[in-house]
Design a protein around this ligand. Structure first.
Ligand SMILES: Nc1ncnc2c1ncn2[C@@H]1O[C@H](COP(=O)(O)OP(=O)(O)OP(=O)(O)O)[C@@H](O)[C@H]1O
Ligand SMILES: [Mg+2]
Length: 323
């Protein structure tokens, strides 16, 4: 029997989230004169940061391939991932560059999207893999990419070949593309058309599903993504839960699971992805994977960012009724 080094190889962008939360000014007119205390956190984020930390907390062995600035902020991200048990030996530290930063001011308004952000000045991840990197990424049971649509330069490139090879070798393949960072007319499907046939489980949220397919109704979005090649599609819908589309034409709903006081939904989707990937690695059916993922995401929304309040596997299994 062939024993793989890692459970999951993950490719995608990493960045820092600066998250401020607390009470805001009582009305807009008082903003110029208002000051007040707030809670502030710095987290290792990006389209894959929370996913890899949560996978590691669940007990999966994870290696991550990405690029970071070779400075104290890049080092903070690496140290945070290493502290949760993630292998970072494939992360490239690029000198004289700036890491991306998302600034979330959760004093009023959205509890999900950044108020402002700084883009990276380095590649988001490797546009070409060395033979050694490729071999290491394929030495796993599953391959995941988060944030593919964020990185236009990577479309139709080395990652497509990596997915093709991963499927040929029997790895599970999952993809959460997120969305294009600069305006792009819909449908965004042409960016994904050569990758989707190599994707077993495709995850996106409802806004992204509409942007990718150009369809309005989620049933049509799911159907188009299946026709484009994904084996299974999950469309995430915030506190409305998620819809699961399978090749037999079935559409199943997975309700959101609320496990305490809501703090923010930053990284909820990334936590959901981690739960799904973990479930697939256990050989569970999609319904069970989705329930486990909803509980994983349910824990993430009770704390700042996407990983701070992620418990270990035993707590999530207890919530599934499987102690
Ligand atoms: N307010 C909430 N309350 C409870 N659960 C939530 C809430 N928001 C999100 N979730 C859970 O997280 C899952 C993913 O949600 P969401 O639609 O926010 O994904 P996303 O847009 O991909 O997130 P991300 O911003 O991380 O990319 C949902 O299916 C649900 O299980
Ligand atoms: Mg998402």
């Amino acid at each position: 029997m062939c024993i793989m080094t890692f459970d999951v190889s993950v490719v995608g962008p990493l960045n820092i989230d600066l998250i401020m939360s607390g009470e805001g000014p009582p009305d807009w007119n008082s903003i110029p004169t208002w000051d007040g205390p707030a809670a502030m956190e710095m987290t290792a984020a990006g389209s894959i940061g929370y996913t890899v930390q949560n996978l590691a907390s669940l007990g999966a062995s994870v290696t991550v391939s990405s690029c970071l600035s070779d400075d104290p902020l890049g080092k903070f991200v690496v140290d945070t991932l290493v502290a949760t048990g993630v292998d970072t030996s494939l992360v490239r530290m690029i000198p004289d560059t700036q890491i991306a930063i998302g600034v979330y001011m959760l004093l009023f308004g959205s509890r999900k999207r950044p108020l402002a952000y700084r883009m990276p000045t380095h590649d988001q991840w490797q546009l070409a893999f060395t033979a050694e990197e490729r071999a290491r990424l394929l030495d796993a049971r599953a391959l995941h990419c988060g944030g593919y649509l964020h990185y236009r330069e990577a479309w139709h490139g080395a990652l497509v070949d990596l997915y093709r090879e991963a499927r040929a070798r029997g790895l599970m393949t999952t993809l959460d593309p997120q969305f294009p960072l600069s305006p792009m007319p819909t449908p965004w499907m042409p960016a994904l058309d050569d990758l989707l046939p190599h994707v077993q489980l495709f995850l996106c949220d409802e806004h992204e599903a509409r942007g990718i397919t150009g369809a309005e109704h989620l049933e049509d979005c799911g159907a188009r993504l299946l026709v484009a090649g994904a084996e299974t599609v999950i469309i995430k819908r915030g506190d409305q839960g998620a819809l699961i589309f399978t090749g037999d034409g079935a559409v199943r709903a997975q309700p959101a699971v609320m496990l305490g006081t809501f703090v923010d939904s930053i990284g909820a989707g990334d936590a959901f992805d981690a739960g799904c990937i973990y479930g697939l690695l256990q050989g569970w059916d999609m319904a069970k994977c989705a329930r486990f993922a909803a509980i994983t995401a349910g824990f993430s929304v009770t704390g700042v960012g996407g990983s701070k309040t992620m418990p270990g596997l035993a707590r999530i299994l207890a919530e599934m009724g499987e102690t």
